[in-house]
Design a protein around this ligand. Structure first.
Ligand code: FDA
Length: 337
């Protein structure tokens, strides 16, 4: 399955012409750059990039992410680890990703974190496109089989599994795979993106007992017929989705750094009498660390989405697109050398 953003060789000008106007004028260009193979080679080749990337990614190897895991758990926060990589068309690459997760989960088992019922502190986040979802003919089944292997290994060490959301062309396939995974592993979670017009209805369908839904705003470039384009519309959708998820019987996971969304979640939880352990907050590694610690100290579950690996380009460009100040910081680092 090919999409706007998953073809690394697509020309920037072709992409630009198809991208909608958004509240942040740089966002479309940066998200287009996230899909450019040529820019990827330039940016990943710059020595300074690695230093800047370190703000968002603790390292390439398993040792680095295990060290970060120890620090995050010691600070009273939970973690969800993502092995970086997406959009593979190579079954061998998909298999390498599965092996990385299996090795990571084996390392979880040696971390000596007590397995307890309730809210496990350890989780892995998967991108189905990294497990082969786009491989023609076999992609859906291969991604399902690969995700099942990871779910079994996670269950053995008492860790949770979350299936990330990618661009909208994958949503139906991803939700179908999650539904199948949940037959054997009912606590498998997935992500819904508030910028998609369909998401409020998806929240209603997926807010039943036992479901775990991570609600985020959405990080890809999406056309106006499927996604809200203005940040005020996305925020309004996020609030409506929060109302639906918190009114349901599942476990909402509020994935946002936006103080307005965090405030809205706290207000809804208070109004509906949700216990502190009936939902959690999630933020990305390296972003609003003080706020993460403040919420954890106030008794909330806070999970830190922590990516590792050397395939950091797409992830890094989406972080730059979220905040123009990050781009300035990156530009200054380049000039300052
Ligand atoms: P918003 O972008 O409005 O930012 C609010 C404030 O947060 C900013 O003013 C700034 O202070 C801070 N901030 C936000 N981004 C920052 C950055 N990059 N650097 C520094 N400060 C920043 N998306 C997706 O499509 N599929 C997915 O599976 C996931 N998964 C996911 C997991 C988790 C745990 C989180 C937190 C986010 C995701 N996302 C995601 C990304 C999400 O869709 C969204 O792009 C970002 O979270 C930014 O949106 P905010 O809600 O933080 O608000």
């Amino acid at each position: 399955m090919t999409t706007l953003l998953n073809r690394p060789t697509q020309g920037l000008s072709a992409l630009r012409s198809r991208l909608p106007a958004l509240s942040n004028p740089l966002r479309p260009l940066l998200l287009a750059a996230a899909g450019s193979g040529r820019l990827q080679r330039v940016v990943t080749g710059l020595p300074v990039s690695r230093a800047v990337v370190r703000r968002y990614v603790p390292g390439a190897g398993q040792d680095a992410v295990i060290e970060a895991t120890r620090e995050i758990l010691a600070s009273g926060r939970a973690i969800s680890i993502d092995h970086l990589g997406e959009d593979t068309s190579d079954p061998a690459q998909a298999e390498a990703t599965v092996q990385a997760y299996l090795e990571l989960l084996a390392a979880f088992g040696r971390l000596d974190v007590p397995v307890r019922p309730g809210v496990p502190p350890l989780e892995v986040s998967l991108k189905l496109s990294a497990l082969g979802q786009f491989i023609p003919e076999v992609g859906h089944d291969l991604a399902l089989t690969n995700a099942r292997r990871i779910c079994r290994a996670a269950q053995a060490v008492g860790a949770w599994v979350n299936v990330d959301a990618e661009d909208h062309t994958t949503t139906d396939s991803t939700l179908a795979i999650v539904e199948e995974l949940r037959m054997d592993h009912p606590d498998v979670a997935t992500v819904l993106q508030a910028y998609l017009r369909r998401t409020e209805a998806d929240c209603r369908a997926l807010s039943g007992a036992g479901s775990r839904i991570r609600l985020c705003k959405g990080a890809y470039a999406e056309p106006a017929d499927v996604a809200f384009q203005q940040s005020a519309e996305v925020d309004a959708s996020y609030r409506r989705c929060l109302e639906v998820l918190f009114a349901g019987d599942g476990y909402p996971m509020v994935a946002s750094h936006d103080p307005k969304m965090i405030e809205a979640a706290l207000e809804i939880a208070g109004r509906l009498g949700k216990a502190d352990d009936a939902y959690e907050f999630q933020m990305l590694y390296g972003i609003r660390d003080d706020e993460q610690r403040r919420l954890a100290a106030a008794g909330h579950t806070v999970r830190v989405y922590t990516p590792y690996g050397d395939q950091w380009y797409g992830y890094f460009m989406r972080r730059l697109a979220e905040r123009p100040a990050n781009l300035l910081f990156f530009a200054r680092s380049l000039i300052g050398r």
